[in-house]
Every structure is written in C-alpha cells, then in structure tokens.
Design a protein around this ligand. Structure first.
Ligand code: PLP
Length: 404
C-alpha cells in the first residue's frame, strides 16, 4: 500500500494569503462600492524593459532556424550568462566568483527549496523570524522540523532567530549552534538590510562552527546604502561557508519569465566533500536547464541599455517605497525598511494585533497589506506594505491613511 510522506502532514496550511483573500472578498461583498487598493502584493507590476524583450524576440527567431536552434540547455546554464553574472554581479563588487561556481536556474524559490537536499537530514536549521516561508516549509517536507507547537506558533526542532526593532531586524548569533543558517538581506518581510560589518560577524561565526549560511539576496538590486553588501562574498572568508541565492524576479521583473542562480564556491567543503560538486550532481539529476530564450533575456539585463532601463524601474518602485515610508511617518507610525528594499514594515499602532490592524485598514481605508504574524511569531504586532503598486495608488493609499 502506498503511503504518503508524513512530513507533509506537519505543514501549516498556506493560510496567510488565502485568509487575506477571504477577508477582502467578504468585505467587497458587503461593500460593493469600495475602491480597494492592494499594497500587499509581492509581485512586480511594470512590464519587461525593451532591452529584455528585444533579446527574447531575437532568441525566439534563433530557435526557429535550423542553424541556430538549441535543444537542452547546459545544466549549469549557458556560459554567456554565467560569465555576464560573474563579471557584473561579483567582479564589479570585488568578489572573486568564477563562472563555474554559478548555477543558473528558473528562480530563487526552487533553489531556496532544493538546496537543503544536499545536507544531512539531522542538520540543525536556523531561520530568521519573521521569515520567507519557503525555508521553513521545505525543511518540514524533508523531515527536519519536529512537531508544530500551536502555542508558540513554531516548529519544535527549528531554531527561530527573532528579528525585531530591538536588534534592528538583524538576528543575534544563536547560542545553540546550527548547521544551516538561512539569512535573507535585504529582508522579506522586514525590508531591512544588513551592514557589511554585521554580515562579517555571521561569516566568522559560520566558519568557526563549520556551519553553512544560505544567503538569499533576492532583493539585492534595491540596495542604495553605501555600507550595505550586495553579496555575502564581499565578506572575508565567505567562500568557505556560504551559498548565495539570487533572482531576476524583482531585479528585472522576471516573476513570470523565471530566472535565478545559485553560487556555490569551490572552496566550500563539508565532510571533506565539495558542496559545489554535490549541487552540480543534484541539478544534473533533477533539473534540465533554463530555457535559452530566458537566458538570453537575462544576459540583456546586463547590457548598457538593459542596466539603464532596469535602474529606472527600480527607481520607480523605490519612489513608491519612499512615499509609503514618509506618508506613514507623517501619520505617526513607526516605520522600518523601504530604503534598501521594496518592503515597508510598520509597527501596528496601540498594540493592535497584526490581523486586527489588517481589518482596521481594510474597513477604514479600503487598503490591503499583509499581517506580520503570517511570517512567524516575531512578526506579530507588525504589518507589511509593498512598493510594487502604481505610484498613483500609492499616493492615494497614503492620503487615506493620513485622513484616518
Ligand atoms: N526569496 C525571497 C526572499 C523572496 O521574497 C522571493 C519571492 O518573493 C523569492 C526568493 C523567490 O524568487 P523567484 O521569483 O526567483 O523564485
């Protein structure tokens, strides 16, 4: 008799966005006239830039000609893209990462979920709290979580590292030393970044304890601060303790195109085994390569034209972020994030729970955001707004908040 993987039964329902949709639907049924503005979405809204669509059209034409047609892409990614990444994302920032340490993929979500497979099942895992849910859920599926503690709102066997205003949303080094440490900066959902000095402390801790940091830099393109590292490899010693995950989704509007990459340095070894070689083996077995058309689109992001165009898009979203941040501050809110990332994290007023604040904003301002409690126990009392809406809606939303 076939039996199901019991670990899947320990997963908490993806209750957050379903619950938001339910509450909004219910409100709309009762108030059909209400003009609801959604600042909860984590998806981009601007179209692909011309440099990218031009490259995609050219690649489509190549695929339609016998002489230039391509079949399976190389599993690690085409060299033209890996070389462009190594040069623009790493060498340009003083990081010595070579093209054969880069693995092109169909986005960071899969890589974030799959990377745990190359580590022992008994690995102790630490995550930030609040957290992007994929890190937790994929370790639950693998069987690393222990039971879910309803009272604490967390799994027993995972180490949750609180990120609150008291520690400026950067976790303390845990006393119980984990084997795997997920860090995400600039952070989703808090919108806060980490300084190079603080990240160096994590790198030193990981090297001293032979842990591995899984560094999710999906929002790297939004960094504006001078002392904020774009890559963990800007820190000394990171090549012996860190894997970095990147995405083209928020950088260049590729959420529907699908492109990302993972960096596993050759120096990174555990149990005397090269993690680069293990990841290569894993990808070679389970992944058949990112489409040629998509990789040409990615290459175009690094062209002079592409860079200029995506910078303008990011500037548009960051103007929204600034509008939200200053609008909320003017209305008396305590606000975080929104400087090096498209996420704004605010403290709910008067001790309201994050769901009570959700209902309040929906009913009084017809505005939808995301309750912080949905990202982990330390998200309670916080609320996330995003800069991915239109500028006009962002302005209208802030006006409504200020009029409350
Ligand atoms: N990592 C973080 C922190 C994210 O917020 C997201 C998407 O929202 C991803 C990874 C996934 O990115 P991708 O679209 O490349 O799968």
């Amino acid at each position: 008799m076939a039996r199901v993987n019991q670990n899947f039964l320990k997963l908490q329902g993806s209750y957050l966005f379903a619950e938001i949709a339910n509450r909004v639907k219910q409100y709309q049924m009762e108030h059909p006239q209400a003009e609801i503005i959604r600042l909860g979405i984590g998806d981009v809204t601007l179209p692909l830039v011309p440099a990218v669509t031009k490259a995609m059209h050219a690649a489509v034409d190549e695929m339609g000609q016998a002489e230039t047609f391509r079949g399976y892409a190389p599993e690690q990614g085409y060299e033209f893209l890996r070389v462009a990444i190594a040069k623009n994302d790493f060498a340009a920032r003083g990081c010595d990462i070579s093209a054969d340490e880069i693995f092109v993929s169909d986005g960071a979500k899969c890589d974030c979920g799959n990377i745990q497979e190359i580590f022992a099942l008994e690995s102790v895992v630490a995550v930030c709290d609040p957290v992007y849910p994929v890190y937790v859920d994929t370790n639950v599926m693998a069987g690393r979580s222990g039971m879910y503690d309803e009272y604490l709102g967390r799994y027993q066997n995972l180490i949750y590292m609180p990120c609150t205003k008291e520690n400026h949303f950067v976790p303390e080094l845990p006393e119980t030393v984990p084997d795997l440490i997920y860090l995400c900066f600039p952070n989703n959902p808090t919108g806060e970044a980490i300084t190079k000095e603080a990240l160096q402390r994590w790198v030193d801790y990981a090297n001293a304890n032979e842990a591995v940091i899984l560094y999710d830099a999906a929002y790297e393109a939004y960094i504006s601060g001078k002392d904020i590292p774009h890559s963990i490899y800007e820190c000394e010693g990171a090549k012996t303790c860190a894997i970095e995950l990147r995405s083209f989704s928020k950088k260049a509007g590729f959420t529907g195109v699908r492109l990302g990459f993972t960096v596993v340095p050759k120096e990174l070894k555990r149990d005397g085994v090269s993690l680069r070689d293990l990841w290569n083996r894993r990808q070679g077995t389970k992944y058949n390569g990112t489409p040629y058309i998509v990789q040409r689109a990615g290459e175009a992001v690094y062209s002079t034209e592409g860079q200029k165009e995506i910078e303008a898009q990011i500037a548009y979203y960051m103007k929204n972020a600034k509008t939200i941040k200053s609008g909320l501050a003017a209305a008396g809110y305590e606000v975080y994030g929104g400087v090096d990332s498209p996420y704004i994290w605010l403290k709910t007023p008067k001790g309201l729970s994050s769901w009570d604040f959700f209902d309040y904003l929906l009913q009084e301002a017809n505005l939808v955001g995301t309750p912080g409690a949905g990202f982990g126990p330390s998200g309670e009392g916080y609320f996330r707004l995003t800069a991915f809406g239109s500028y006009e809606n962002t302005l209208r939303a802030m006006k409504r908040i200020q009029e409350l």
